[in-house]
Design a protein around this ligand. Structure first.
Ligand SMILES: Nc1ncnc2c1ncn2[C@@H]1O[C@H](COP(=O)(O)OP(=O)(O)OP(=O)(O)O)[C@@H](O)[C@H]1O
Ligand SMILES: [Mg+2]
Length: 134
């Protein structure tokens, strides 16, 4: 099935990311609530790329996945920004280096079925999320 890579470099890209997540999650059979959870999580991760990985073009790969008889959507957000120094801290409610709410990453984790973050200071960030149809 589909596998689409989109650039994340400007505000207008967020709309395309949301639209792609919606389209693919519908095709994968996610219910309306799960579609919305995935889109909300994806929006936060794309927003983080715009906020923190400034000056580098990020990407999201949206793909249909199947495992153990389940089907779902995997979205992998990659940037070449400054990276996250302390991933555990960044996943804590209220942690922000930007005087913001600090809910994007922990919220995304709660809204999805799987989330993994790969990052190191200076080498960019990759966040992978999966939402399964139920
Ligand atoms: N792609 C990224 N590159 C570098 N640092 C990041 C990235 N995403 C998140 N971070 C770091 O992790 C922290 C927590 O991110 P999170 O999205 O949870 O909160 P926030 O962006 O600060 O606030 P909110 O999303 O609630 O407006 C950020 O403040 C930032 O320091
Ligand atoms: Mg955020």
């Amino acid at each position: 099935m589909d596998e689409v890579v989109l650039a994340i470099a400007a505000e207008a890209d967020l709309i395309r990311v949301r639209r792609e997540l919606r389209a693919q999650s519908q095709r994968a059979g996610l219910g309306l609530v799960d579609q919305t959870k995935l889109i909300t999580a994806g929006s936060e991760l794309a927003r983080n790329i715009l906020t923190y990985a400034t000056g580098s073009v990020g990407t999201v790969r949206v793909e249909y996945v199947q495992a153990d008889g389940r089907r779902g959507i995997k979205a992998t957000f990659t940037d070449h920004g400054p990276g996250i120094e302390d991933i555990e801290a960044a996943l804590t409610d209220g942690f922000s280096t930007n005087r913001s709410l600090g809910l994007g990453l922990p919220g995304s984790r709660r809204l999805t079925d799987e989330m993994t973050i790969t990052s190191a200071k200076g080498s960019g960030t990759t966040v992978m999320i999966v939402k399964w149809a139920r």
